[in-house]
Design a protein around this ligand. Structure first.
Ligand code: ZN
Length: 264
């Protein structure tokens, strides 16, 4: 670019014009019988204002996204679980992408996911990618786990109902690593309360667990476990990670709603 300073100049009407775009920076207006010279914006100035405006909007959107993530992603590692960090080795990730693409529908039909399989098969990454993508799309998502929720509930002067209410407030709740087999009666009851509150409000839930469907459906479980599991199976479509393909076992009323996603 040429490094010369282009000066503004006065035109034939005595109005200041921009040396760069040639448009007026001043104009004449009639006011109470008198002609006044008032300032106005030339094209460069209009453009500069628009750019500044857009920059501020982008920064505000970034700030809000950071805020949503800070609140909704309760562990720092969740922040890294994004589609852009996927190495493409897991074909099931297609389902996560389709869940996000069809989120409006998933939300409306209250379709949750139950991500099952051994440790290290990518279930949590799958769930985290959904969380991050929806957060980036402007949705409010909470991704946490029950040990964290239970810690909050048992901390000094906490209000259990308020905590549950808060979790029901999110359009999508993701519970990472549900493993309630070793938990107390109190814990189990709270787990049920959280899940059931979302069930009653018809809000979707995504859960990752290394429990198997057989375990969850087993009649040998006590009643407290059975009611948690049967709620989950009512609300969520099971998806298996790792091991042999056990899709044949999948069977809930909801399955039809994401079947098209899975087979696409
Ligand atoms: Zn100009």
């Amino acid at each position: 670019m040429e490094n010369k300073i282009v000066k503004d100049y006065l035109d034939e009407d005595g109005c200041l014009r921009c040396g760069v775009c040639g448009k007026r920076k001043q104009m004449k207006v009639q006011l109470l019988g008198n002609l006044h010279t008032v300032g106005c914006l030339c094209e460069c100035e209009v453009k500069a204002r628009q750019e500044l405006d857009e920059k501020m909007k982008r920064e505000e959107a970034q700030r809000q996204l950071y805020q949503r993530k800070s609140v909704g992603l309760r562990e720092k590692r969740f922040w890294e679980w994004k589609f852009e960090n996927d190495n493409g080795s897991n074909r099931k990730m297609m389902i996560a992408k389709q869940y996000v693409e069809n989120w409006a529908d998933m939300k409306r039909k209250n379709v949750g996911l139950l991500l099952m399989g051994p440790v290290g098969t990518g279930k949590s990454f799958f769930a985290g990618c959904i969380a991050n993508a929806l957060l980036e799309g402007g949705e409010r998502v909470m991704m946490t786990n029950f040990s964290r929720i239970l810690n909050e509930m048992t901390s000094y002067q906490s209000d259990k109902n308020q905590i549950i209410q808060n979790l029901v407030d999110y359009p999508l709740l993701i519970i990472d690593d549900l493993g309630i087999e070793r938990n107390s009666e109190f814990a189990l009851e709270q787990v049920y309360n959280v899940i059931d509150s979302r069930y009653c409000k018809m809000l979707p839930l995504i859960v990752t667990t290394n429990l198997g469907l057989k375990e969850m459906k087993s009649q040998e479980q006590d009643v407290a476990h059975q009611r948690v599991y049967s709620r989950l199976l009512e609300m969520c479509v099971p998806i298996y990670f790792g091991g042999e393909d056990r899709r044949k076992e999948e069977g809930t009323e909801k399955l039809g709603q994401v079947q098209s996603l899975i087979s696409r």
